[in-house]
Design a protein around this ligand. Structure first.
Ligand SMILES: [Zn+2]
Length: 262
């Protein structure tokens, strides 16, 4: 079959679209927790309030050209803006390379974008907005009908397991430590991960997320000298685990079952 589009050009297009989406996500991450409108007003400098012209709002490029400073007041622009843009672009590009153009790429792109926005909001505010996770559960479940890698039943089992197991862990932790360790937001996030990835995804996400979360948690305790009272949000680590599953979950389970001689 002849190629209609040059594959390299398609990859560039997906990367650039990803960066533009990332630019929009920066606005969502900043405004959603403050209950501000995502569309109005137009982007402005947080320091001098001067609206940002379209030519100063080009993802990645503008940051480099302005050398990371506002054109008007010269205040430093947070490195986080180009980081979120690049991260979104790279994620979508990697998904395209992993799954090729088709339903799986589109579905996991939506999933990855939701995880990215949720992670940064949770990192900033220790809250995971229901307005993202609850529709996410519904999107994961309905798109399972078109997902060649997941049946609707697997998705449903994933939702129940993700929500249920985490509810039990949260309940046990609260009984044991008499304080809230895992928020309700984490429970809904794991149900969303189950909706997109099925139960193996939930298991993989909890394993990888807890592992990375524990390592980072210990590093934070050591650095801040706060001991067990140090608080870090768990959402970003669950998101990391879920992204790990989209890329390497299948290889991991094949390797594991192979070792078990199955
Ligand atoms: Zn400014």
């Amino acid at each position: 079959m002849t190629q209609i589009f040059d594959p390299t050009a398609v990859q560039w297009l997906v990367f650039v679209c990803g960066c533009c989406l990332g630019s929009f996500f920066n606005v969502v991450i900043y405004r959603l927790p403050n209950a501000q409108s995502i569309v109005i007003p137009a982007s402005h400098c947080p320091a001098c309030q001067v609206p940002i012209a379209f030519y100063d709002n080009i993802p990645l490029l503008s940051y480099v050209l302005l050398r990371g400073r506002c054109r008007h007041c010269r205040v430093r622009i947070s490195l986080r803006y180009p980081l979120v843009e690049a991260l979104t672009g790279v994620l979508l590009l990697m998904l395209l390379r992993r799954y090729g153009w088709g339903p799986a790429f589109l579905i996991y792109s939506v999933f990855a974008c939701l995880l990215l926005v949720i992670s940064f909001i949770d990192w900033d505010t220790f809250l995971i907005p229901d307005v993202l996770s609850l529709p996410g559960i519904l999107i994961g479940f309905t798109t399972a009908l078109f997902n060649p890698r997941l049946s609707w039943l697997e998705s449903l089992v994933g939702i129940v397991l993700g929500g249920g197991v985490f509810y039990l862990v949260a309940w046990g932790y609260q009984r044991l430590r008499r304080q809230e360790g895992l928020g309700g937001g984490d429970i809904k996030l794991l149900a969303m991960i189950g909706a997109f990835c099925g139960w193996p995804g939930v298991v993989f996400t909890i394993l990888l997320g807890s592992l990375v979360g524990t390592v980072v948690g210990i590093a934070v305790m050591w650095k801040t000298h706060q001991g067990l009272t140090a608080r870090i949000p768990f959402g970003p680590f669950l998101a990391l685990g879920a992204v790990g599953y989209i890329f390497w979950g299948e290889a991991f389970f094949n390797w594991y079952l192979g070792r078990m001689g199955l």
